[in-house]
Design a protein around this ligand. Structure first.
Ligand SMILES: [Zn+2]
Length: 286
């Protein structure tokens, strides 16, 4: 079922209180969408379908027509599901981009102004919150930059900055930099669990981890025990699906498109399911 921003907040708050997390998995086509939905439905837990801003006219990932059709498919699929579905628009650097998400039916959007100064980040995030909240859409912000996989040292989110950011912006979820990176790891991640716990103590909204791919089960569990509630997890799901496709094609003289695609979808579904279980994602009653 499609849920409201208010219900979504209820799910995140329950997860925060009970110390479990929700994985945010990326949908880029119908097969990846099915993988997420089937994993959540088989476990009876909330699904978090995350997309990027693929209908941005300045930087389109797909044609306007394809994007419109896909958005409608995601919403229809979510509405027909027995489990609650959060539709989240990931990393959106502009006010206009966030408003595209609100207008197109997402119940959660991320404004990413983390590369800007604290003051500018607060001002832009507050503007998005002011416009999104009356439409019952939640807003995720980011403080402290989660790096790409360049191997550069991570700068951990400063607790005082995070307090000022959350108070000044009014965001509902806060992405923090605690030692993970986006994509693959060039070096071993150094997760700062104490910082997660300090942040959880200092701010009373759910904390988000970006760059979940490549962490061990123990690293996930310790991060969640210390206060992480939403985990963005994309790269390794793509690898799981991609490898299954490679296996399905290997040695085949006549690989069938439908079978190959299905193999990728099923492998992604099982991998997502396994991570929902590692994250301790629970059924919720709204
Ligand atoms: Zn991210």
């Amino acid at each position: 079922m499609l849920i409201t921003g208010r219900q979504e907040k209820q799910i995140f708050e329950q997860a925060r209180d009970e110390r479990w997390a929700i994985g945010a998995f990326n949908a880029f086509d119908l097969n990846s969408l099915e993988a997420i939905m089937q994993a959540a439905e088989e476990l009876g837990v909330p699904a978090l379908v995350q997309t990027w801003d693929f209908y941005n006219p300045e930087k389109p990932n797909m044609s306007e027509f394809a994007a419109k059709v896909f958005i409608k498919q995601i919403i229809d699929r979510a509405a027909a599901s027995p489990v609650p579905v959060i539709l989240h628009l990931d990393h959106t650097p502009t006010f206009g981009g966030c408003m595209r998400g609100v207008r197109n039916g997402w119940n959660s959007v991320m404004i990413d102004a983390s590369a800007k100064s604290l003051e500018e980040n607060i001002a832009l995030s507050a503007k998005v919150v002011e416009a999104a909240h009356p439409c019952d859409v939640l807003v995720e912000g980011e403080i402290g930059h989660v790096a790409g996989n360049s191997g550069l040292d991570t700068i951990y989110t400063d607790v005082d900055d995070a307090v000022a950011y959350v108070k000044g912006s009014g965001v509902d979820l806060c992405a923090v930099s605690i030692g993970t990176v986006h994509g693959f790891y060039a070096t071993e991640p150094k997760l700062n669990y104490d910082r997660i716990a300090e942040l959880r103590e200092a701010i009373d909204i759910p904390l988000v981890m970006h760059g979940g791919s490549g962490l061990t089960e123990e690293q996930f569990k310790k991060s969640i025990a210390n206060g992480i509630v939403k985990i963005n997890f994309a790269t390794y799901v793509q690898i799981a699906g991609g490898k299954a496709i490679a296996d399905a094609v290997a040695g085949q003289e006549r690989p069938m498109f439908n079978n190959v695609v299905k193999a990728g979808q099923n492998a992604a579904r099982d991998f997502i399911k396994m991570h929902m279980q590692i994250f301790g994602t629970r059924p919720v009653s709204l």
